[in-house]
Design a protein around this ligand. Sequence first.
Ligand code: PHE
Ligand code: NA
Length: 452
Amino acid sequence: MSSRNIWTHKGTFLLAAVGSAVGLGNLWRFPYLTGENGGGAFILVYAMTIAIVGIPILIAETLIGRASRRSPIMGMKHLTESQGLNNAWRSIGWMGAAAAFIILSFYSVIAGWAVHYTGLMFSGSLAGADAAAIGASFDNLLASPGLLLMYHTLFIVGSGLIVGMGIHKGIEGSLRFLMPSLFLILLVVLVYSLMVGDAAAALSFLFTFNLQDLSLEGWLEAMGQSFFTLSLGMGAIMAYGAYMSGEASLTRTAFAIALVDTVVALMAGVAIFALVFGSGLEAAQGPGLMFVTLPIAFAQLPGGSILGGVFFVLVIGAALTSAISLVEPVAAWLVERFGFSRPKAVALMVGLCWLLGLVTVFSFNLWSEGTITHQLFDRSPFDVLEFITNILMPLGGLLIALFAGWALSRDAVLGEMGTNAGWFSIWQFLVRFIAPTAVAFVFLRTIPQIEG
Ligand code: PHE
Ligand code: NA
């Protein structure tokens, strides 16, 4: 039975969780958020939230997964029943699955843009193009539902194929090849950017700070980013945790995941800003930083077409190893709950996600500003989806912290955490008081945005 599946090695969970964590959040979202929110000040707050909120919740989510040894939905059912707890806790499983489903639907569309840019780069068609032409080519991509749909389909089918082959052959097998390759590519891109770009400007932008540069919005963005980047609150880590060896240390593994994820984000930040500043471009470009500003820099640089292509391959690979962790929790549930074969469960999950992805695809063209759909919600349907996940993620994280901190029996928690008393009490304090307070704060700030 699939719920009895365990990763092949003691360290495989770490590999899989790093694969999940490192993705568009590091390469695309982290640099543009840093660029928009004052550089070093944002990074400082981000690092703090990773340490006192992200890591404790990461431990809690892994713990719940491993204690239940089931998919998030069935696992929460099992834990609440076997411990005689309130049924309401089961919402953690359902909300996680819903969030995973929604996130995969747009994650795939955005990863699809990287597929397009890989082609543009390697074919050399942007070489020497000016900023206006490159901006226009991005606008053209977004204006074309057909193109977006094709890339979205390619990407999501690729993720489905991997998960469909099972956790050993599919997920472990692909990670064992992809993760070292991705790290190597990142190193190559970093070295290139340090050689041809303005490394000094990038380092001073990222590592010197003036706390006044950071608005309250920036603080909240930093907290949201720490959830997104560590894959928290979506059942992804819980599902992978269900397969984790009982011998691996939860604390040590969580520290390692957070460390690698942060280092990768910083390496990507240094590489991207060295190229951007080296070409005299601006940091605060928002989501277009990777898809417009960076290609403008590559277009002018020696070897830019090839290195740019290599960079976008990295983006696709990192996104792929994250996407599979979004397919797994829902697919595993379909297998456990309805007895579907794995390929059938994956096909159902991926098929429905593909369908929901159309909402994002059309948000940039058929349903963009000025159309009735846009007016109906006063924002694009894609923004609505993103907004829903921005609520589900912290809410899931909050409940996970409370469940592990207060509801689960001491025996169950100690059984997973081991007996290292020092770490245990620090973790318990953070997960009981600090993380919930911090998350509640973000959450209360998000609600008023419903008004518009
Ligand atoms: N952590 C991933 C990233 O940084 C995104 C993700 C979120 C993946 C949730 C899985 C689950 O890109
Ligand atoms: Na990440």
